[in-house]
Design a protein around this ligand. Sequence first.
Ligand code: GDP
Length: 364
Amino acid sequence: GFKCGIVGLPNVGKSTLFNALTKTAAAQAANYPFCTIEPNVGDVAVPEPRLKMLAEIANSAEIIPSRLQFVDIAGLVKGASKGEGLGNQFLANIREVDAVAYVLRCFEDDDITHVEGRIDPVADFETVETELMLADLESLEKRRVNLEKKAKGQDKEAKATLLLVDRALEQLRKGKPARTAEIAPDEEKAWKGLQLLTTKPVLFVANVDEASAAEGNKYSDQVFEEAKKHGAKAVLISAKIEAELAALDDEEAAEFLREIGLEEPGLNRLIRAGYDLLGLHTYFTAGPKEARAWTIRRGALAPEAAGVIHTDFEKKFIRAETISFDDYVALGGETAAKEAGKQRIEGKDYVVQDGDVMHFRTGN
Ligand code: GDP
């Protein structure tokens, strides 16, 4: 599955947020048991209002959302890249995630110590990212020595890798994350292979006090501005409120949300943002048994999409009968869409679109 890491300084609200995420996931998934893979990994359902609409039209007995994993990565402090705190463990954990959500403290509370003794979410972001940059810098400088030796011989791959390493180092030495380097499409694979921390896509999470959950505050404004500078998305959330919401049943939660002026739990926005960040989207299958959302990479072709259902389907793919979500709903289901000529027969070069309702035909 796809993993999004929750990263930040101590006492910013990471665990509160993580616990709310896993509690909500446990509560909402009666027919899809919540599984704790490891104590710090939570497997959550991606909120998808379109699924319910499909299930009603198709008369589905069950609704099965797609899933996303969040990993609570504790232990980052200044000096982590030099092994301070849980330094090395922290870095190992973060290497394994596909994207990073920076949780930034945007609430004041004299009872809760801030490790730096002040509330400054942008400075906190810089502290965290600096540790990641230092870790990348160090690991690349180590690797470079060996690569340079190999590149002096006839090792073409080493030569190509060395060029990429130097491009990353150039950014890092300027104090910029490696993701700011320019990478050509045909270099993407080798670039990913470097497994750097600062090439992962990032998301800013502004954790505000309860009173600022709907409108934000001066700190969260700073976070949104900073995110914009990096071309990244920011999500406004109050971990405290999310923790309270997670303990309520649906009706109570809806009432509570109305009172504080929120349309939906902040966690839904966070989960969706994580999904976007990972470059994912959704196609559906719908029938009397179940209406189900499936996660694929944006740009995935039909056979790859079929392979998410069953690995065999990718090899045995023949065609995909496809109806767009809008047509499916507007016409009132598969049969009507077919009669209206809105069911397309797509082949193996078809790029699956977000919201496609699909049937795969496979051979032997
Ligand atoms: P972590 O170290 O980043 O995992 O932080 P925790 O989630 O353990 O939170 C540290 C403390 O801050 C706990 O006592 C939380 O209850 C508190 N906290 C978290 N979010 C908020 C918030 O939005 N408002 C207030 N007042 N306290 C919060």
